[in-house]
Design a protein around this ligand. Sequence first.
Ligand code: ADP
Ligand code: MG
Length: 280
Amino acid sequence: MLKLKIKNLRFSIDKKEILKDISLEVPKGSFVGIIGPNGSGKSTLLKNIYRLYKPSSGNIILDNKDLSDMKDKDCAKQIAVLAQESNSQFDFTVEQIVKMGRYPYKSIFEDYSKTDLKMVKEMLQKVGLDEYNDRSFSNLSGGEKQRTLIARALVQNTDFLILDEPTNHLDIGYQIQLMDLIKSLNITTLSAIHDMNMASMYCDYLIVMKEGKVIDFGTVEDVITSQMLKEVFGVNAYIGKNPINNKLQVSYMHVHEHVNGVGCDHVHEDGFSGVHSHTV
Ligand code: ADP
Ligand code: MG
């Protein structure tokens, strides 16, 4: 079953086409990562999905309904977002920010219920900020801000989550804690992600973007190849397998270093991956 289906999405700003005929599908319950170089259109694609931007043409279909027919509040009951940059100009406390996640369930002037406050407390605990209720958001570290914003997205209680590079600003301990938490929710997740090893660890499928186009889609093993890393990011990498969890592991190399002198990984009897071919 599909959670999200995008058909022939195009998006331009000032006559410059940024998304070029994007079609993709996100299966229900899956964790799908979007990888691609800076400027390849990952954030712009996500912004079209969470309706910050309006597509120039094409369709975005969530649970068989076209998003363009949906009201904002209904949309907010279905999609929670952790965006890349937070531009909060006003000063709120951590608790106030997290409470905002409950707004789609409130009518104007309706106060927060006990259930709302309980959810806020629970999520703050989950992200390790239970002592932070009254702290001012603007004085938090980058990591604490990120954890506050993920708590806000989680109290929104949706079954679809959009994340734009969620682990930016987090140390490795909090990166893994955050991703484990998101994974444990078992909700459909679409996330732009920079780190190939995190992508390998958490994603069921990966979408590769380059210059505003989707150039590949598949499982982690299909997509993360040294050939792709060379073509898309211009880097040499050796791809092995973690023997404990069997996940692909990427190790980067200097520009002059190549595996077997040809810059791509080789089949190895102890489980290292071979070169995968993929259609573009
Ligand atoms: P990514 O998230 O993959 O790094 P973005 O989606 O942020 O990439 O950007 C894709 C391209 O669109 C870039 O070339 C960027 O400069 C351009 N772009 C994004 N937002 C705007 C905007 N508001 N105005 C003009 N160009 C934009
Ligand atoms: Mg981005």
